[in-house]
Design a binder for this molecule. Sequence first.
Ligand code: GNU
Length: 278
Amino acid sequence: MRPEIGLDIDKLQMLLSFKAQGARLLEASLDDHRGLVAAVKQVDVVVSAMSGVHFRSHNLHLQLKLLEAIKEAGNVKRFLPSEFGMDPARMGHALEPGRITFDEKMEIRRAIEEGNIPHTYISANCFAAYFVPNLCQMRTLLPPKEKVHVYGDGNVKAIFVDEDDIAAYTIKCVDDPLALNKTIYLRPQENILSQNELIAKWEKLSGKVLKKIPIPSDEFLASMKDLANQVGIGHYYHIFYEGCLTNFDIRDDGEEEASLLYPEVQYTRMDEYMQCYL
Ligand code: GNU
């Protein structure tokens, strides 16, 4: 638990709920190197889940400090940096300014590998809460009532994963030798869906037909003049026009797919995920 949390009552309540479930909370601050080393010395695995989308460069700086403490402590058996999205190693071509998200993750990876820190990179694809109930619309987290903007023909495949399943697969990896120094992609088969398939699922569940408004890629990219949302627009372009989550095969060396490694995880399908938004 970091004192920087300050008066973030939601984060504090979340941490206390972990404690109620048996977790042991340690106080440490990324601004106190010695205290951080002492905390890291007490654990075998460090998982960083710092939000990158909002505090990018701050996040980079903090994760590098965490990495310094891990190097000095010397006892950590596995470090999982805050990835959990697209594979940044495959986003070298990403549009400005959203590319910073991936450039910074690659900087953390370089520092991890230079430090010979045992690691696992989790490419979790799309967090369902951000992408599914809103049928992939931006600037909302709730289902549309009348109309839905469709990216291109709406047939580009993306991958949507319930956050609890992302956590379940992640915990399976942390002490699995098969995941050591590898990138693990989360591609649960039935959650590999296009925007059109998501829309059809919602229409079936809600009994409503939505008006579909196609957005051609050039029009979508032109909306990047909206300076407030340039980062997000770039990310959504890569996901829903380029298909960057599904336009490559997972390699045999250094890469694994989680639902094949851990078939025992009963992952949530997206029609079930949508239920609570009805
Ligand atoms: C997209 C966002 C949602 C932003 C990734 C503006 C990095 C990734 C799939 O930056 O977390 O409305 O992998 O109006 O590696 C951002 C993230 C969310 C877009 C979601 C992203 C996905 C970034 C918005 C919005 C819902």
